[in-house]
Ligand binder design. Structure first.
Ligand code: HEC
Length: 124
């Protein structure tokens, strides 16, 4: 009898866990979650506030310098970049290699994570 009830409880816990996982993925896609985890400390996406980095609400198709009120580095301002999935992928892989002297220094080595984050920025 005891074994049966333990099995029953385990079953309930598993179903409950699966529902929680499902609820999380339907609220926020993998790209959105990764954005919050990897970029959210410095970049806002749902508000136009600037933090350590500029807000990224209108980043796709823009050029550095377009976000009002953010003080960009001279290096990024003179880079001549237009943000597209391709330029963003190169930048995120190693910002300092693409734009020597940029104040964004963190590298994002995982290709699948970069792709998910870029998809989110393109499609949100
Ligand atoms: C530790 C803080 C920090 C993190 C984390 C960070 N960034 Fe940045 N980001 C910056 C700073 C600072 C700048 C401005 C750099 C400059 O002026 O040289 C910037 C600039 C940018 C720009 C250029 C924006 C424009 O208007 O031209 C893009 C695009 C960008 N970041 C994307 C990302 C993405 C996507 C992530 C997450 C994968 C990320 N950043 C993570 C600090 C950060």
């Amino acid at each position: 009898m005891r074994d049966v009830s333990i099995a029953f409880m385990t079953g309930i816990a598993m179903v409950w866990g699966a529902q929680v996982a499902q609820a999380q993925t339907s609220d926020a896609g993998p790209g959105q979650k990764l954005f919050q985890q990897r970029c959210g400390a410095c970049h806002q996406i749902t508000t136009a506030r600037n933090g350590v980095g500029p807000n990224l609400q209108t980043v796709m198709g823009s050029k550095p310098g377009s976000v009002e009120g953010f003080k960009y580095s001279a290096a990024l301002l003179s880079s001549g970049i237009t943000w597209s999935p391709e330029t963003l992928d190169t930048f995120l892989t190693n910002p300092g290699a693409m734009v020597r002297g940029t104040r964004m220094t963190q590298r994002f080595n995982k290709e699948d994570e970069r792709r998910a984050i870029i998809d989110f920025l393109v499609n949100r």
